[in-house]
Every structure is written in structure tokens, then in C-alpha cells.
Ligand binder design. Structure first.
Ligand code: PEP
Ligand code: MG
Length: 583
């Protein structure tokens, strides 16, 4: 059997093996016809009734949501229910029927087109995908008006077991209804990484690939398929070798997930009883879902860049405040460290948004980035400082400044924080006046001078991603010099050691939030250097936790000191190998 592979966007992880179930819905054919004046009221009533039935259908779907699901799926359905109550969908078409003297379907179509046009004009990718919600709700009403069965509702007879659902698009309600029937994956022609259905698939743990062009045309009913949600691929009619490969990967994936589940509630305590703090690095909203799955104790690094990238207009204070507040509320009392903007170098804003005042920097990693840029352009920095201060009134929020290299920068930043506080006071806003302000130690100068910096800051977080690049003078993105990008180079380890010691001496906490903190291979090395606060990608947490549980930190403290006297990363790596092999 030859295998055909279709490409799309992998939006929900996991491997699924099943048979294709093509969801061919009748195309909704809506056309306009005129309604005699005497029947206008009856037509308006027919529309109102359709809305009532749509609400009843959705309420029924809401009942079917499994209690065990993590994300608040009911809220997705509630969004649609709310839309059915909204004037724009529930009343405006009624008016249109009267004004145009047309049928209910046509009035609804006109209203849909007007609403969608507004969404399509929006810059924000997330809001643009809300257009899908309008379509899902409108289509539901249209099917009722047209007396067309939603064939998902009539298919609930066990036929979908082990099926991969192939559809043009799916509404969240469809997804909920079908997942109770034992389907194994979703593949759709439309939809994007931000659509509700995508988010739902992720939270239900169903692999999903979206954006597969013409998928309904390429596939046949019942055809065997492999869906690779990690890579956005759909393998059609896999041969025996391909099938074996994916079965193996599926087993590995399931083992990993099972492991995750087992470790979730267990504390990160070493063999000798030392409690280690494991926090999450968060960049995208999905990371918050993932961090709950691994029971992270808080957010140790919240990268704010994603809010600023890929858009024409920068987010103002209000938008930032809303976004950060959303996270504080989700964290329900867990600590939340918001890093101020680290834009520049590998995370440059669009050229037309903000120009480097000197033109193109020749060496952006050493150029005007992060705190340097923020101090230069206070119109960028102050709104963020104010937004962060405002959310500090809502929970245990801290602010963290990236790329600090000199005390002067720190002093300037502190002055701006004072200015932000004064402005907020004048505006009558509340904030936590004693909100902790920490700094990232990621420039060698900061590590060497950590004892001095500690006098100005409430905590440190070591950013090894940059600390390694600057210590070794090896660009973190340049493959030509990646042989020099060595986190275990003794020079890097000495800087880490100096930072941890300076923090301890001054009585301020020291965390690490660079990738090194989430690399299980280095967990014991870091524990041995005295690190007790780790912040990492949530997915790495279970493995790091299991190593902590098998480690004796007191023993490690004694053993690891010798790495500081070693002469090369190669020597350290051999030592690390040995350290990790001991039980
Ligand atoms: C780091 O440099 O280690 C870090 C965590 O920050 P970023 O990767 O965002 O530069
Ligand atoms: Mg960094």
C-alpha cells in the first residue's frame, strides 16, 4: 500500500491511529425570497423559535461535557449560548426581516456577513478567529431554519469509535459531542492554532491537525490513517513499516503522559528532605494549561514579548493590564513573575514598528535590546510598568528586569518605577507599593557584580540562555559557533556559583529560568551548586522532579564543588555523566 501524507498545522499533540470518518455536511443553501407583509410577523416568529431551539441544543451539549476535563469547556459552549442571547444575533435579524421584507435565513445571512466583516478587519489573530464562533452559531440556526439535520446529532450510535473525524470545520459543541463517542483525532480543512476547537482538542487530549487543504476531497470514508498532532501530518493508508513506527511512538507518548499524571501531585523534595521550587516559564496562554497539568507552583518567568510581536500597533497599558490580570486570576494565589519587555536581537519588533535609532544594528545581541531599549524609549516602558504595578494589587506579582549589566541601568529603572507609581497614585489606581523587583542575571558583568546588584534587587533569576552566549561570545542562534555554546563550561558554572552565593549572602532568593534549569541532564549539577529554585517549560517538569526525588542534595553539594576547578566543558560533561548514573 502506498502512503500519502497530507500537511497541516499540528495544534494538539499526540499520535492517533484510526479510520477516516468524513463528515460531509450538506452545504447550507441560503437564498433570498420576499415575504408578504401579512406574513412578516410569522416569519419573525419562525426566526425567534429557531433561536430557542438552538439554545436548547447547546444546553444539551453542555450537559454532556465530561466532568474530568481540565479546561473550562462549559465556558466555550457558554460563549455560544451568550451569542444566542446577544442583540446582534437574536434581534437584529428580526428587524432585518421587517426592513427588507425577506425570509429569516436571508436576514441571518446578511447579519452574519456584517459581523464577520468587522472581525476580519481586526489585527488581532485571536479575535479574528472569533469569526469562527459567529459562523458556528449562525450555521446552527440556519440548519434549524432549513430543517436540515445536524448529522452529528443523529450519528451518536457508536459508529464513530476509533474514527478520525475529517471535516471542513468543527464547532466546540461538535467536539464535545463527538469525544464521548470514542473518536481518536480531528483533522479539519479550516481552523487555526487559536480557534476554540483547537484549544478544546488540546484540553481533551485529542490529537488534532487543522488547515489541511482539500482534505475532504483527498480522503475516502473508512480509509486507515495516522494523525501526527506533533508535526501536523496525516498519513493516509500507512504501510506496515510506517504503522509499526507510529505504534511505537504512540506507546512512548502514552507512557510519557502516564508518567506526567503520576508525578503531578508528588512534591519536589529530595531524598534528604530539601524542598525544591519548580515554577513554569510561560510565553503563550497554552503554557498556563500545561503548567496546571504538571502542578507548577507558580510562574517563574512570564515572557511578555509575545504580546508585542506580529502586530502593527503596540499594546497599551490597558491591554497589557487585562492580559496580565487574566493570568493572575488563573494562578489563584500562586506567585507570578512578569518580565519586562525583552525585545531586540532575536526577538525584534517589525521594522516599521520601531526603528533602531542608529539604523540596523550590526550585532543585535550586543545592541539595543531589553532594558536598554526600554530605558531609551520610556513611551514603551512606562505603560508596561504601570500595567504590571496595577496587577500587583490582584495577587502575588513580582517584576523582573532582563539584561541588566550596570548599576546605573538599575537605578534608572527604579526611578521609572517610582514615576509609574506616582502617575498611578495621581490617577487614583491601586497597586502593591512593595511589589518585589528582581533582575535577570544573564550578562557576565551582572554575575560578577552580583553582590552589588543584590543591594538593589529583591531576587535574582539566572538566564543561562544569554549568560552562556555572552560568556562564551557565541551567538545563541549561530550554528557555526554552537560548539562553543557550552552551559557546562567552567566559566559559566563559576558565574552561576558566584550568583547563587551572592544571593545567599545578601538574603535574596536566586532562581534559574534559562533552558539549563529544565534540562534533566543538569538537574543534579545545579542542585549540587546550591540552586533550589527552578523555572522551566512545564513539559520538562515531571522528569526534573523525578530526578530531584532520587537525589541527595547534601551529598551533591560536596561532590559538585570540584567542577569549579575543572578546565573544560568536556571534563564537566564526563563528571555529570557519572553524577547522573549514581542512584
Ligand atoms: C535566558 O536568557 O536564559 C532567558 C530565560 O531569557 P530569554 O531566553 O527570553 O532571552
Ligand atoms: Mg535572556
Amino acid at each position: 500500500m502506498s502512503s500519502l501524507s497530507l500537511k497541516g498545522i499540528g495544534v494538539s499533540r499526540g499520535i492517533a491511529i484510526g479510520k477516516a470518518y468524513l463528515l460531509q455536511r450538506d452545504q447550507l443553501k441560503v437564498r433570498e425570497y420576499l415575504i408578504p407583509l401579512s406574513l412578516i410577523e410569522a416569519e419573525q416568529e419562525r426566526f425567534r423559535q429557531a433561536v430557542v431551539v438552538a439554545k436548547a441544543q447547546l444546553a444539551e451539549v453542555r450537559e454532556q461535557i465530561p466532568a474530568s476535563t481540565q479546561v473550562d469547556i462549559a465556558s466555550f459552549i457558554d460563549t455560544h449560548l451568550l451569542m444566542l442571547n446577544d442583540k446582534a444575533l437574536a434581534e437584529d435579524p428580526v428587524k432585518l426581516i421587517h426592513e427588507r421584507g425577506c425570509n429569516a435565513e436571508w436576514a441571518l445571512k446578511l447579519q452574519r456577513d456584517a459581523l464577520v466583516a468587522v472581525f476580519e478587519d481586526m489585527d488581532d489573530a485571536y479575535l479574528r478567529t472569533r469569526k469562527d464562533d459567529v459562523d458556528h452559531v449562525v450555521n446552527r440556526i440556519q440548519r434549524i431554519l432549513l430543517n436540515q439535520d445536524d448529522n452529528i446529532q443523529v450519528m451518536m450510535d457508536g459508529r464513530l469509535k476509533n474514527s478520525v473525524i475529517i471535516a471542513d470545520d468543527l464547532s466546540p459543541a461538535d467536539a464535545v459531542t463527538m469525544q464521548n463517542e470514542g473518536i481518536v483525532a480531528f483533522v479539519t480543512e479550516y481552523g487555526g492554532p487559536n480557534s476554540h476547537t483547537t484549544i478544546l482538542a488540546r484540553s481533551l487530549g485529542i490529537p488534532a491537525v487543522v488547515g489541511v487543504k482539500n482534505v475532504l476531497r483527498y480522503l475516502q470514508q473508512g480509509e486507515p490513517l495516522v494523525v501526527d498532532g506533533n508535526h501536523g501530518a496525516v498519513l493516509v493508508g500507512p504501510d506496515e513499516k510506517g504503522l509499526k513506527h507510529y505504534q511505537l511512538r504512540q506507546r512512548e507518548e502514552r507512557r510519557h503522559v502516564a508518567e506526567l499524571g503520576k508525578l503531578k501531585e508528588l512534591p519536589a523534595v529530595s531524598l534528604d528532605g530539601l524542598a525544591i521550587s519548580l515554577q513554569a516559564n510561560v510565553e503563550l496562554p497554552e503554557d498556563l494549561v500545561m503548567m496546571d497539568k504538571v502542578a507548577a507552583k507558580g510562574v517563574g518567568l512570564y515572557r511578555t514579548e509575545y504580546l508585542f510581536l506580529n502586530r502593527d500597533q503596540l499594546p497599551d497599558e490597558e491591554e497589557q493590564f487585562e492580559t496580565y490580570r487574566g493570568v493572575v486570576r488563573k494562578l489563584r494565589g500562586r506567585p507570578f513573575i512578569i518580565r519586562t519587555l525583552d525585545i531586540g536581537a532575536d526577538k525584534a519588533l517589525g521594522a516599521e514598528q520601531r526603528q533602531d535609532p542608529r539604523g540596523v544594528a550590526t550585532n543585535p545581541a550586543l545592541g539595543l535590546r531589553a532594558i536598554r531599549l526600554c530605558l531609551r524609549d520610556t513611551s514603551l516602558f512606562l505603560p508596561q510598568l504601570k500595567a504590571i504595578l496595577r496587577v500587583s494589587a490582584e495577587g502575588p506579582v513580582s517584576m523582573m528586569i532582563p539584561m541588566i549589566a550596570s548599576v546605573q541601568e538599575l537605578e534608572q529603572a527604579m526611578q521609572l518605577i517610582q514615576q509609574a507609581k506616582r502617575e498611578l497614585q495621581d490617577e487614583g489606581r491601586i497597586f502593591d507599593d512593595s511589589m518585589p523587583v528582581g533582575g535577570m542575571i544573564e550578562v557576565p558583568a551582572a554575575a560578577i557584580l552580583a553582590d552589588v546588584f543584590a543591594k538593589h534587587l529583591d531576587f535574582f533569576s539566572i538566564g543561562t540562555n544569554d549568560l552562556v552566549q555572552y560568556t562564551m561570545a557565541a551567538d545563541r542562534l549561530d550554528n557555526e559557533v554552537n560548539y562553543l555554546y557550552q552551559p557546562t563550561h567552567p566559566a559559566v558554572l563559576r558565574l552561576i556559583d558566584m550568583t547563587i552565593k551572592a544571593g545567599r549572602k545578601s538574603g535574596i532568593p536566586v532562581a534559574m529560568c534559562g533552558e539549563m534549569a529544565g534540562e534533566p541532564r543538569y538537574t543534579r549539577l545545579l542542585l549540587g551548586l546550591g540552586l533550589t529554585d527552578f523555572s522551566m517549560q512545564p513539559a520538562m517538569m515531571p522528569e526534573v522532579k523525578s530526578i530531584i526525588q532520587k537525589s541527595d542534595v547534601e551529598q551533591l553539594n560536596k561532590k559538585v564543588r570540584r567542577v569549579l576547578r575543572m578546565s573544560s566543558a568536556a571534563d564537566v560533561e564526563i563528571f555529570v555523566e557519572l553524577l547522573n548514573s549514581q542512584t
